[in-house]
Ligand binder design. Structure first.
Ligand code: ZN
Ligand code: ZN
Ligand code: ZN
Length: 163
């Protein structure tokens, strides 16, 4: 598990993605076992779909990707599964995109910062303790406690022409 490295910029480029999915599922099993919470079949299935790529995915696309037999009668089931995955830090919710993205450092308690490219929609998770400490401290002055990943909007290296 990477500690605070930035995901390779070309995470979406050719690589053996089945390993990413395998790692994510194993991490989820470990996290759930440690916290004595259940990774039910629907939660596992939803996590797998979120991990179908490194790009953010919306709840409706997740529902559409569920095999017919697994498709719950109510989308509520999927929303509840997503709430669980977010709560356990296995998935991050991107409020600005109304979408979800798998976390590759789920076994570590972290808030994380998500760099969201406004042009291509690519999301890169970084986990810089300096940023988190600064935000936590500033928020605490207002009696505010941060409990979700920070979304930082801008342009990725590729879109800004830096790469
Ligand atoms: Zn991958
Ligand atoms: Zn994360
Ligand atoms: Zn971009």
């Amino acid at each position: 598990m990477k500690i605070s490295s930035v995901k390779p910029a070309a995470a979406a480029a050719k690589h053996d993605h089945s390993r990413c999915v395998g790692d994510a599922l194993r991490a989820a099993e470990r996290v759930c076992a440690d916290r004595v919470v259940r990774l039910t079949p629907i939660r596992r299935r939803v996590l797998e779909i979120v991990w179908s790529s490194h790009d953010p995915i919306g709840a409706y696309d997740i529902i559409a990707k569920l095999p017919r037999g697994d498709r719950p009668a109510a989308p509520m089931t999927v929303y509840r599964a997503l709430d669980f995955l977010v709560e356990q830090g296995l998935v991050h919710r991107l409020d600005s995109l109304n979408a979800f993205i798998g976390c590759d450092r789920a076994t570590e308690r972290h808030a994380g910062q998500l760099l969201v490219c406004g042009r291509c929609g690519k999301v890169t998770e970084i986990d810089d303790p300096r940023v988190q400490r600064a935000v936590d401290a500033a928020a605490a002055e207002h009696g505010f406690r941060c409990d979700a990943a920070l979304e930082v909007k801008g342009l990725c290296a590729r879109c800004s022409g830096a790469a």
